[in-house]
Every structure is written in structure tokens, then in C-alpha cells.
Design a protein around this ligand. Structure first.
Ligand code: SUG
Length: 418
């Protein structure tokens, strides 16, 4: 079978809670201490996957990590019961759900050795995410064990790497050589720049990309300061289309010129600040959308409900679809539990262009398998987590049992739980 884009969604783990752990992520810090709803959150994620299947797209999954992360706490010479509250929260976070931060992926047509390369992200900037990579790597090594893939260990600290959320690929079509774009931030603003240029350069070398078709593009300071802690909050690309906010990049004209030179068929859809402010774009997650090619060849944009609820954004989208733009269809999904922690539809998925027959089938889903996962979630995921309950032994027991039940249902016990 030919190369297709497969979206691997992170299943929302049973410990999903609002601990305000990510400075610079305005939704997460605003909701610190709020009551979370892990069961609803995970079912919202399942519904999004069902909707993508209904569009005719290939769909995969990545699994929640064991939480609390006892191994990490042991390296800190403590355990969950004894740890200080901030460590308890960091060890319990379900942040691995945001699969766009799992790895950077370079499809086979872009690599000199003709393999699809994946580098697991080190996520070193935020303590609660810095311990995700070993469990992610275990899953990637299993899911992509076929010789058509090369799975790489993380770039070493201190070079921050947040994976596909700061990486875009433009190509005439998924299965032809593309232009890979690595977007980095520069430190100095009010919030951390989580993607370092040095890390992106290392990933590009490991993936054996053609330097002549690889761009390193600086994110604008204004975007980071306004709450765009990852590039995928202000830009998204799919095949020949770049869809971005006017203020996403430090030097948009220079970036656009490079793109046009390398990919003459590129279509750049830039949303002017005069139509949608950076604040509205970030609050609505207009760009944290899945821009996907439907089986017939047209493109659809999968946006969160918040985009429809933001008048400037919805007006712009409706005009675009009514006009002659490349986005022909809008799909609205409800992922509000994830959104409240700063994770929209695009954050929840990792895109891999590959032949599905080369992927471990336990990581691919159809409607029946999603029904089975939903049953486990209904039966085992906590209905709510109040922030002051994260130290509660009964809750921790419930979270761990829920995780085990899912691995059992998917035949993955002992394989990815480190
Ligand atoms: O890393 N939120 C995540 C959201 C990640 C969104 N991903 C992309 N944009 N691709 C983050 O900031 C908040 C967890 C908490 O505060 O409890 C959190 O980690």
C-alpha cells in the first residue's frame, strides 16, 4: 500500500488534571486548580478520532504513560506519598496525551536513506514533561519496529526539543520529497522559548534531511509573549498549504520567499492580524487545527468548538470556505477538557506518513477498537479530579488500575509500561 498520513492520537490518561504546570501556556495557568474530568476528556478524544475515521482518514493511537511516574520520583530520591506537592503534580501529569510533542517525524521521501525517521522529544523545559520521553520511546520502538523506520533517542539536554509541534512539512503530496521547516524560539521574553535551534538542527541531521530543503525559522517574540508556547498554536501545514497567522514568524516575508523557491506550488494562507488578533487566534486555537487531505483530494480543517465560538475567527473561516481558498470543509470537534490545559485538536495527534502495513497493528484503530477503548474508559477513568486530591492514595490506586485495564484490553501489558 502507498504512503498515507496516519494521525496517532494520544489517549487522555486517567490522571488528567489541572495543575498549572506550564508557564507561557495561558489556558493551563488560568485553569490551575480547577476540577478536571478525565473520563469526559478521554471520551472527547475518542470522539475526535471517530470523526477523523468518518472522514476516511487513517488513525492510530499512543497510550497514556504509567502515572504517577514512580521511576522518575525514585531518581529524585522520593515517592508519591512523600513528595512535595509540586513534585506530586509533575509526576502525575497526563501531559503525554499531547502527542504532537511526542516526537519529530520525517517521512521516508525526505530522508537520504529512504526511511521514515522519528526522534523522541526530550521536553526538557517543563519538569512535568521532561520525564515523558522514556515511555514514549518505548511505544515508538514497538509501533515503528519495521525496517522502514528509524527511531532515535532524544537530543540531549540542555537543548530543548518539543517535537512535531514546532515542525512543519510541505510537499506537493505526502508521498513526494518535501521541505521540512523547523521553528525555534529565542530566549529573552516573558515566557520560556521551548524549542531551541540547536535541538532542531540535531534532529535534522539525525533524520538525514537534505540541508538544501530544510529551513530553520524563528518564531516571533510577539507570538511567544501572547501565549504561543509552540508553533502549532499559530501555524499548521499540510501538503502544499501553509496556514498561519501574520505574526507567527519573526521574518514571514523571508520564510515565504524561501518556501516559494523550494516548493513553487506552495499556497500560503496568511490570516491578517487586522482580521483575527493574535489573542483571538490563541484563545480560539484556530491554527491548532488538523489540516487534512480527504480521500477525494480536498482539504478539511478540524477545529475546536472554541474557534466557532470566537466571532472574528468563525467569520474568517466561513469567508475562506465560501471563497476559493484551499480549505474546503470545516469539522468542529469538542476537546474542551484538553483545551483547558492548552491542548487543541492538533496537539493531540502525531502525524506519520507511512504504509499502515508497516506499523504494529496494536497502534492502529478502527471504529470497533475505539468502541472497546471507550468501554474501558467508561468503566475505569475517574469522573473528576479535584486538585487537592492528587495526593489521595485511593485516587492513585484507581488511576493505576485504569491504566492497567487499558493495556490489557490492547494486549500491551509489559511491553510499553517500562
Ligand atoms: O506542554 N499543557 C501542555 C499542552 C501541550 C500542547 N501541545 C501542543 N501545542 N502541541 C504543555 O504546555 C499543562 C499541564 C498542567 O498544567 O497540568 C500542559 O502540560
Amino acid at each position: 500500500m502507498s504512503q498515507v498520513e496516519i494521525n496517532f492520537d494520544g489517549i487522555v490518561g486517567p490522571s488528567h488534571n489541572y495543575a498549572g504546570l506550564s508557564p507561557g501556556n495561558l489556558a493551563a495557568t488560568r485553569n490551575a486548580g480547577a476540577v478536571s474530568h478525565p473520563r469526559a476528556a478521554a471520551l472527547q478524544g475518542i470522539a475526535k478520532m471517530r470523526a477523523n475515521l468518518a472522514l476516511g482518514l487513517a488513525q492510530g493511537i499512543l497510550l497514556p504513560h504509567p502515572r504517577p511516574d514512580h521511576r522518575w520520583l525514585t531518581t529524585l530520591a522520593t515517592d508519591h506519598a512523600a513528595a512535595a506537592p509540586h513534585l506530586q503534580a509533575q509526576a502525575l501529569s497526563a501531559s503525554a496525551m499531547w502527542a504532537a510533542n511526542a516526537a519529530t517525524v520525517s517521512p521516508a521521501p525526505d530522508a537520504a536513506d529512504g526511511r521514515c525517521h522519528l526522534t523522541v522529544a526530550n521536553l526538557v523545559t517543563m519538569p512535568h514533561r521532561s520525564h515523558e520521553w522514556p515511555a514514549t520511546l518505548a511505544q515508538l520502538r514497538l509501533a515503528f519496529a519495521h525496517e522502514r523506520f528509524a527511531v532515535h533517542a532524544p537530543v540531549p539536554a540542555p537543548f530543548g526539543d518539543e517535537g512535531a509541534a514546532n515542525h512543519m512539512r510541505l510537499a506537493a503530496s505526502h508521498d513526494t520529497p518535501g521541505v521540512e521547516v523547523f521553528v525555534y524560539g529565542v530566549a529573552g521574553g516573558p515566557f520560556p522559548a521551548r524549542q531551541h535551534r540547536e535541538a532542531s538542527a540535531a534532529v535534522a541531521r539525525a533524520h538525514r534531511l537534505d540541508p538544501a530543503r530544510t529551513l530553520f525559522v524563528q518564531q516571533s517574540d510577539a507570538a511567544i509573549a501572547a501565549g504561543a508556547f509552540h508553533n502549532d498554536v499559530v501555524a499548521v501545514a499540510n501538503e502544499r498549504v501553509l496556514f498561519a497567522h501574520e505574526q507567527a514568524f519573526a521574518d514571514a516575508p523571508g520564510f515565504h520567499a524561501d518556501l516559494r523557491r523550494l516548493l513553487p506550488e506552495v499556497e500560503i494562507v496568511e490570516v491578517p492580524a487586522a482580521r483575527v488578533s493574535l489573542e483571538d487566534a490563541i484563545a480560539s486555537y484556530l491554527f491548532n487545527a488538523q489540516l487534512v487531505t480527504l480521500p477525494g483530494g480536498a482539504m478539511a480543517l478540524v477545529v475546536p468548538g472554541e474557534a466557532r465560538a470566537t466571532p472574528s475567527v468563525w467569520r474568517w473561516l466561513e469567508e475562506h470556505v465560501a471563497g476559493n481558498g484551499p480549505i474546503r470543509r470545516l469539522e468542529v470537534v469538542d476537546v474542551r477538557e484538553s483545551m483547558a490545559n492548552g491542548g487543541g485538536p492538533a496537539c493531540l495527534r502525531l502525524r506519520v506518513v507511512a504504509d499502515p502495513a508497516t506499523v504494529d497493528p496494536r497502534f492502529l484503530v478502527d471504529a470497533a477498537k475505539l468502541d472497546c477503548i471507550a468501554d474501558v474508559i467508561e468503566a475505569h477513568w475517574p469522573e473528576r479530579i479535584a486538585h487537592d486530591a492528587i495526593a489521595d492514595a485511593a485516587l492513585i490506586g484507581r488511576i493505576e488500575a485504569a491504566h492497567t485495564a487499558l493495556l490489557e484490553a490492547l494486549d500491551l501489558v509489559g511491553l510499553i509500561d517500562r
